[in-house]
Design a protein around this ligand. Structure first.
Ligand code: SF4
Length: 314
């Protein structure tokens, strides 16, 4: 369990959030890349799919989504009758923005037989133009299913390339990337391994190929967390793990396992968009009902179809 005892919030802030949240029948969801301040006021934390599913399952009328734009949209797609609020509208994922609908429509025209597999880190409109969605945890499995067909993979070229390598599938890669993971380099690995000899390197598949080649374990955020949970007792005092994903995951794991050696691969692995949300903005969002996320019904219906296809294949 996460320990939030060392979190300092303005006096009365947490109480004001809780009071308002209860009176509105609201829940607060926080992605695991959010700051510990924000995670400490959340009802649920997790990756984007876990949170979207929890949002759909809850009886709450209002969901305050502490994450980025596409995550709030996914929650709205799965829970159309609920009010979904994004506390900071500037919290937009740059990778999702790299894939535009018209560009995808044009690419589909060039390859009419291709199946379009889209990473969940994408806009609702792009999901609606896709045949099936994937997450970083199930991308290989989804690509494997379609490996005998031509595949268009959007928007993350690194995740698509990794899937192609594992499955041998013929994939047309969209040229998008997550800057947080794409900036990992072999130089980062050299420094981290030198500073922490004997540690295992765990890396997210949004990272470049030359980084993945050095990994002892490749997995999604939740798979990396699970790996540490399952191996924590075997991690001795000398050797531990180097975490190659957004820095909050290493911080969270270190907080949960204070006596284990857990290091971030690089200090620069910070998603600035994820850090835009603060507890103060969450309170303001509850007070003013801003900013509500809407997804047009025609887009929602098609995007939901692609999400359901993923759930069927997972
Ligand atoms: S970590 Fe990468 S994929 Fe996730 S929100 Fe930030 S930029 Fe987007």
């Amino acid at each position: 369990m996460e320990n939030y005892d060392n979190i300092y919030l303005e006096p009365g802030l947490k109480e004001s959030i809780t009071k308002l949240k209860n009176s509105m029948n609201a829940v607060i969801m926080a992605h695991s890349y959010q700051t510990h301040d924000v995670q400490s006021i959340a009802d649920f934390t997790g990756d984007s799919l876990e949170l979207a599913r929890k949002a759909a399952d809850t009886d709450a009328d209002v969901i305050v989504f502490c994450g980025v734009d596409f995550m709030a949209e996914s929650a709205k797609i799965l829970s159309p009758s609920k009010t979904v609020l994004l506390p900071d509208t500037e919290a937009r994922c740059p990778m999702a923005a790299m894939c535009d609908v018209q560009g995808l429509v044009d690419l589909k025209k060039q390859h009419p037989d291709a199946v379009v597999i889209t990473y969940i880190n994408s806009s609702a409109a792009v999901k609606a133009e896709s045949d099936v969605i994937c997450t970083s945890a199930n991308a290989v499995k989804i690509v494997e299913h379609y490996k005998n067909r031509k595949i268009i993979f959007t928007p993350d070229k690194n995740l698509g390339s990794y899937c192609s390598e594992i499955t041998g599938a013929d994939i047309i890669l969209w040229n998008g990337y997550c800057y947080v993971h794409d900036e990992f380099s072999t130089g980062d690995i050299y420094i981290a391994k030198h500073q922490h000899p004997g540690c295992l390197l765990l890396v997210h598949p949004e990272s470049p190929r030359e980084v993945l080649e050095h990994a002892d374990f490749i997995g999604s955020t939740s798979q990396i967390i699970k790996f540490v949970e399952e191996n924590a007792s075997a991690m001795d005092e000398q050797a531990g793990v180097i975490i190659g994903t957004e820095i909050e995951i290493a911080n969270t794991l270190q907080n949960r396992f204070p006596h284990k050696k857990i290091y971030p691969l690089a200090e620069h692995a910070v998603c600035r968009q994820m850090k835009k949300t603060t507890p103060e903005k969450v309170l303001k969002s509850l007070q003013s009902g801003t900013t509500e996320i809407f997804v047009e019904k025609s887009v929602r219906d098609k995007a939901l179809g692609a999400l359901k296809k993923m759930l069927e294949l997972s």
